[in-house]
Design a protein around this ligand. Sequence first.
Ligand SMILES: Cc1ncc(COP(=O)(O)O)c(C=O)c1O
Length: 470
Amino acid sequence: MFNTSDYIDLLQQLEQFFLASTEKQPIANPLDPEALRRQLSLELTAEGESLAQLRSHIADYLNYAVKTAHPAYFNQLWGGFNPACFMGDMLTSATNTSMYTYEVAPVATLIEKTLMAKLGELIGFAEPDGQFTTGGSNGNFMALAMARHRAFPTLKHQGMANSSHLIALVSADAHYSFAKAAHLLGIGTDQLWRVPVDRQGRMDISALESLIAKARAQGAQPFFVAGTAGTTVRGAYDPLEAIAAVSQREGLWFHVDGAWGASVLLSPTHRPLMQGVEQADSVVWDAHKMMGMTLMCSILLVKQRGMMLNTFSSEGTDYLFHTVDAEPTDLGPGTMHCGRRVDAVKLWLAWKHLGDRGWAAQIDHYFELAAYAEALINAHDSLELVAPRQSLNLCFQYKPKHASQDPNELTLQIRQALWAKGIAMVNYANVNGKVVFRLVLCNNQTKKEDIAEFFDALVAIAHQMELTDI
Ligand SMILES: Cc1ncc(COP(=O)(O)O)c(C=O)c1O
């Protein structure tokens, strides 16, 4: 059935792919979809091919794959390469199973529970409950569903008809998944109120209090507030302790979206950014972001045991779940998923490999890189930070010398050139009406010299594009 020799070629091809990243060969080979289609043999034919013949298709795939482990891959809130995680991914595929029952996933179930206990302890939950989910968006969705279930337990069977006007509150900079969740849960995006943020992008607490008072004055029922630990664009940490105090006083479910930033809990130096998280009702933590696991690797942790089970349990499951214990061994009943991939094993193996100290060193290293990048920006006449840095996101612009040149346009052009030339991938975003580079430092292959080279390349391209007086 399984022949190691069938896979040797693939491993060699992968080695070459990763070698190309370390040698800083072009980070991508960007083509528009039509041009790319012409380079590939995508059609699916009646006759199959041998495993050996698949080699050329794999080569094509790798040729056009973006090198997300390239040291100049700064485009997303994830990147890099973790070898132990990769082993875990292979192990997961080879032992293909689903997380729903202990029966079919015995070791994986115990591993997932071990990780819940470990992550819960880092958060400060006394008896943590939780599960891996299909991503931070899904975790935010499930947290909103639990909050609604706590506020309206009858809604599970009776539907929304008799529910009052529910209001959920998130910051103006919160992730778009909350809007999707409000829509899909029937709360409605109009009932997702956005709390203004301060200059650093953190939730304004007095504005939160005013909005809660406004909702009550309208006869509505505020029931949920989410603080973001590491916002998507600016990397800002909402004041969690202050939000916790408001939510306790007002009887709201307090959720922390730590999809991007919860991993600072691994570092004794940077964990104070999350002060107050222990008072949350639920926390989302994406290990595929700052911890560098392969996508997806996302966890939803809940303070009160049984809350997930109460919210997500359903009828008609006896064909699958054969035990009905108060504290079930099977993970399936306590989540919204049926079949679910094993995402815990890769994180557990990576943890075995790095240990707590290794994680702390990794997070501290990213903060050092971010401070270094900030210093380079501040030292350069033409570069300007557009938002103060709080964590690993640097939002900056290149300031053209000529007043008639639009810095927003120039930012887009420079970004495009860096990508087209295969030098670096860095995303852009809008901050206070300005188009900015959003440089994110969470790639374990990146060193200080890569950052210096990135800025040198960026400035050199900018010089070529800048208007001159001549
Ligand atoms: C703050 C925040 N929350 C949630 C998400 C969604 O996470 P996922 O991509 O795992 O669904 C993101 C994604 O970037 C994010 O930045």
